[in-house]
Design a protein around this ligand. Structure first.
Ligand code: ATP
Ligand SMILES: Nc1ccn([C@H]2C[C@H](O)[C@@H](COP(=O)(O)O)O2)c(=O)n1
Length: 247
């Protein structure tokens, strides 16, 4: 999938999830980050499943030309491929538990490497602190920003139960456990990114087109910033707007 723009993330204090704009100065650093993306979209307490991440990622792909990497989709494909991890992945998904990071990260890395696009979204990852720390350590990549899909649990439950995609985790027992896992393990990751000023909260309870309007605003503003930054990088780097740009 991705990759890499060099830049520093904001290291300010956590405030609340609604005020996280970086200043230009804070973005002029040297730490490696993703180029232009990352939808680790998540939802409100005790949100997550069914908040509409996949639906909005499809819109972002079409509208902004990003590549979309869904950790859940990659795991389901690996489960169905007959690989040696297939049974373990099947059991974890069925229970609503989180698959060990090394498995998921390998799948993401492979998908990223096979894809030539330098603008990408990661959907449904990281799901816990282990996912986040391992990914950043292995890839030396941080997301540029994070979408937090805020949606009441009853709405997400209704959406998942009506999803009709024949998923074996779209049942009430697994969904309830996924909400629990989200609260215990995934929400702290959102809080971590929020403390770095990277989180944009989206009201995901609204109709799909209205949610996309809000998503579009976030992406449009980042696209503008990225193009300014990439132009600024031309004089310093022979590679601009592609894989690696040294700021
Ligand atoms: N804003 C919305 N309003 C109503 N229904 C929606 C909305 N967004 C998505 N849906 C529907 O809800 C269901 C779940 O959406 P989607 O698969 O995008 O969620 P998700 O967050 O990716 O879920 P998961 O994490 O379980 O994969 C789908 O049937 C989708 O069509
Ligand atoms: N980082 C991840 C992402 C997903 N999984 C597993 C566990 C989830 O319940 C399932 C479905 O994911 P979704 O389609 O909702 O993103 O896949 C995981 O273990 N680790």
């Amino acid at each position: 999938m991705f990759l890499k723009l060099f830049q520093r993330g904001k290291t300010g204090e956590a405030s609340d999830l609604e005020s996280n704009e970086e200043s230009d100065d804070e973005r002029q650093g040297s730490e490696k980050r993703l180029k232009g993306s990352a939808a680790f979209s998540k939802s409100h307490d005790p949100g997550g499943p069914g908040s509409g991440k996949g639906t909005q990622c499809a819109n972002i792909v079409k509208h902004f030309g990003y590549s979309h990497f869904s950790a859940g989709d990659l795991l389901r494909a690996e489960r169905d491929s007959g690989s040696e991890n297939g049974t373990m992945i099947k059991n974890m998904i069925k229970k609503g538990e989180i698959v060990p990071s090394e498995v998921t990260i390998k799948l993401l890395q492979r998908a990223m490497e096979e894809d030539g696009n330098d603008k990408f979204l990661i959907d449904g990852f990281p799901r816990n602190e282990e996912n986040r720390a391992a990914f950043e350590s292995v890839t030396e990549i941080e997301p540029e920003f994070v979408l937090f899909f805020d949606c009441p649990e009853e709405e997400m439950e209704k959406r998942v139960l009506n999803r009709n995609q024949n998923r074996d985790d779209d049942n009430i027992e697994t969904i309830r456990n996924r909400f629990k896992v989200y609260m215990e393990s995934s929400l702290p990751v959102i809080e971590y990114y929020n403390s770095k000023g990277k989180v944009h909260k989206i009201d995901a309870a609204k109709p799909i087109d209205q949610v996309f309007e809000a998503v579009k605003e976030v992406f449009s503003s980042h696209e503008d910033r990225m193009s300014t930054r990439n132009c600024a990088s031309i004089s310093r780097s022979p590679i601009c707007g592609n894989e690696t740009v040294a700021a």
